[in-house]
Design a protein around this ligand. Sequence first.
Ligand code: NDP
Length: 483
Amino acid sequence: MTDFDYDLFVIGGGSGGVRAARVAASETGAKVALAEADRYGGTCVIRGCVPKKLMVFASEYGNTVSDAAGYGWTYGEGTFDWSAFQGKLGAELDRLEGIYRKLLSNAGVTSFDARASVSGPNSVTLSTGESFTAKHILIATGGRPVRPEVQNAHLGIVSDDIFNLPELPKSILIVGGGYIASEFACILHGLGVEVTQFYRGAQILRGFDEEARGLISDAMQERGIKLHLGTDIVEMRCATAEDLAGESQGAVPMGTPMHEASVESPQGADGPIWVKATNGETRVFDLVFFATGRKPNTDGIGLQEAGVELGRKGEVIVDEYSRTAVPSIWAIGDATDRVNLTPVAIREGMAFVETAFKDNPTPVDHDLIPSAVFTQPEFGTVGLSEEDAREKGPIEVYSTSFRPMMTSFAGRPDRVLMKLIVCKDTRRVLGCHIVAPGAGEMIQLAGIAIKMGATKEDFDRTVAVHPTMSEEIVTMRNPTRTA
Ligand code: NDP
């Protein structure tokens, strides 16, 4: 018999929270409750990975159709119907949210549609006024997009808003050079939006392998995305009639065609936005989209008052078992700002259940996590970049870049990259970086070999699958360079 209302109270119904609640209830018989203030499924399902990937698919059809012409097919000119897509997307998200709710109820978890805060080491208070006690509390509140500190930043939208646009803009300025900025630059360009991207640094996708970043950035620009590196916004405001008149007279360059700004922004601005860049150029855009990072959702939910330690960004500080400074309070996923990826949050949730409910202390393994960036071309990556590996010791780099059969036959200039970083001493493959259509699918499988500790010779012993792009990963005989 427990002295608490629940064995576990989970705050947050995203991927990590739902998995932990469900597994604790169904596999250990624990009495579990979960509170979610918004929609079940969290960022990944409702306003992240899932709707984004469906938008990636939607945005790729334009190229597929033009490639088909290169293979002898004839089609009429196609147009994209945003509202038709959006209607189907909404229905799909409703369906997925329903599944999430059902998974919880089938596992015997009590769900609350309410905002919860921690009111003590073992107590939770809901926005409904109800309070409950729990032996363990799990913080799985995720994160949210943040705008930069430029004046009038509220005029810009963030990634949460992009799926709810009443119509697609004719032009958009995307600020940022990370995953979200680069993915949406490609998606929106593919859907026919005129995309300008400002990134304050020297090259997009900071932290990833430089050769891969360069190839993606070149390909994005070749496709028509106006990428301005070393550039940021210094001023922004609602565009005036004069600004719009100035645009149509061509007084403001930034290298993009002029148009009549048209769209009503769902957040802040209800019309076009005038922007001044760090290079002094000015321009009017239908929408400004800030993809300038995310912040853990940890304020105002009683964490510090209960004794939980937060870091500089507001992330919950946890040990390798996801336990906070208060032994009965745990935290997983983006709220802890470790590796902010859905499958990692799920792993952390499962490891938490092992530790707290199965008497099997399980630290979370954050090493060699494969991931994909859904730019066009797509990027799959696992392990160390060439630059990071060089810092650790002598390496061999095997790298090849070529035009793949499928798109080169259709007349597209796209190139792919297959790259392995190998430790000279142990021969282990330390990193694999693939820029290619389907790179996300490829890296999942390469990730298994690399996680198992495969050496370059193990790759070499594997017979190529021919004719494929990925066969290059087992046929690169001589190092491109050593370092
Ligand atoms: P990132 O941290 O990846 O990128 C933020 C970008 O905004 C960086 O380019 C950063 O520049 C720039 N930036 C930050 N502050 C400012 C500022 N004040 N002014 C101008 N630029 C600024 O965040 P995202 O929002 O793109 O993604 C958040 C997380 O979500 C990712 O880290 C990832 O873990 C996850 N995610 C994963 C995806 C996937 O797996 N495919 C897809 C989408 C998101 P700088 O580099 O100079 O700091």
